[in-house]
Design a protein around this ligand. Structure first.
Ligand SMILES: C[S@@+](CC[C@H](N)C(=O)[O-])C[C@H]1O[C@@H](n2cnc3c(N)ncnc32)[C@H](O)[C@@H]1O
Ligand SMILES: Nc1nc2[nH]cc(C(=O)O)c2c(=O)[nH]1
Ligand code: SF4
Ligand SMILES: [Mg+2]
Length: 223
């Protein structure tokens, strides 16, 4: 299946359970969810006029709407050409679950990589069963959340962005749903490093015995 890629880069996973792990990030283009505080709004639209070559996109820096077409084999070749050393691959976006990622995740595992998907739970997952699922549930969606239960059931990690008490209540309601995997690690992630959001997250993590996820890459100024 053809994948539309916004960027591919090597860095350190800054969020959640894999924080600190050297990772190759594969950012897929397109997301219809529209979280008002989203830090990757340049990935929302998929316009044909923004299509570029792989070389062009790999040369660009900063937030761009440009994307290139690729597939599992082409991506493996790109990793090799780039000389990447990381053995963990993070599929993010945009909303990566808009794509059929079975071929990509299986190919990555065959090449010895571990994989992780960052998803909002708004699309049915099409991934290898070995992929680590980081669910950052989006509950304000128009039309409700028809597939969220299927993702809650397989999530290894539920990482909830918070800025207000209301977000904590939303998370509690999600955790109480019968479908939710009770073994999932639960993280609160303060929205946009705001001081009040961070204080709320710290307070709540201590009270609920949840974990704190800071977007550590932003504190140290890496990608
Ligand atoms: C940009 S999203 C892409 C993957 C997928 N669409 C999702 O929402 O999980 C990656 C992660 O960044 C989080 N995120 C996005 N904007 C953020 C912000 N301003 N502050 C904190 N976390 C944010 C999301 O909740 C998600 O966990
Ligand atoms: N270093 C780093 N860690 C991340 N973890 C999740 C990210 C994302 O945008 O999905 C991200 C990212 O963009 N950079
Ligand atoms: S679902 Fe993810 S990519 Fe889409 S708007 Fe929300 S945070 Fe951004
Ligand atoms: Mg990010």
């Amino acid at each position: 299946m053809s994948l539309k890629l916004n960027e591919v880069f090597e860095s350190i996973q800054g969020e959640g359970a894999y924080t600190g792990v050297p990772s190759i990030f594969v950012r897929l283009q397109g997301c219809p969810v529209g979280c008002p505080w989203c830090d990757t709004q340049h990935t929302w639209s998929v316009d044909l006029e923004d299509k570029r070559s792989e070389q062009q996109v790999m040369k660009e820096s900063g937030d761009s709407r440009h994307w290139f077409s690729s597939d599992a084999e082409q991506l493996m070749a790109l990793f090799k050409r780039q000389g990447y050393q990381a053995r963990h691959v993070v599929l993010t976006g945009g909303e990566p679950a808009m794509y059929d990622l079975r071929d990509l995740t299986q190919t990555l595992h065959q090449h010895g990589f571990s994989t992780q998907i960052e998803t909002s739970g708004t699309f049915e997952l099409q991934i290898s069963p070995e992929t680590w699922v980081t669910l950052s549930p989006k509950v304000d969606m128009k039309g409700g959340y028809p597939v969220l239960d299927s993702v809650l059931a397989v999530a290894h990690e539920i990482k909830h962005p918070v800025a207000m008490e209301r977000h904590v209540e939303e998370l509690k309601a999600l955790l109480a749903r019968p479908a939710t995997n009770l073994d999932a690690l639960v993280y609160l992630q303060p929205i946009s490093q705001q001081k009040r959001a961070t204080e709320l997250a710290i307070r709540t993590c201590i009270a609920e015995n949840w974990r704190l996820s800071l977007q550590t890459h932003k504190f140290i100024g890496i990608e």
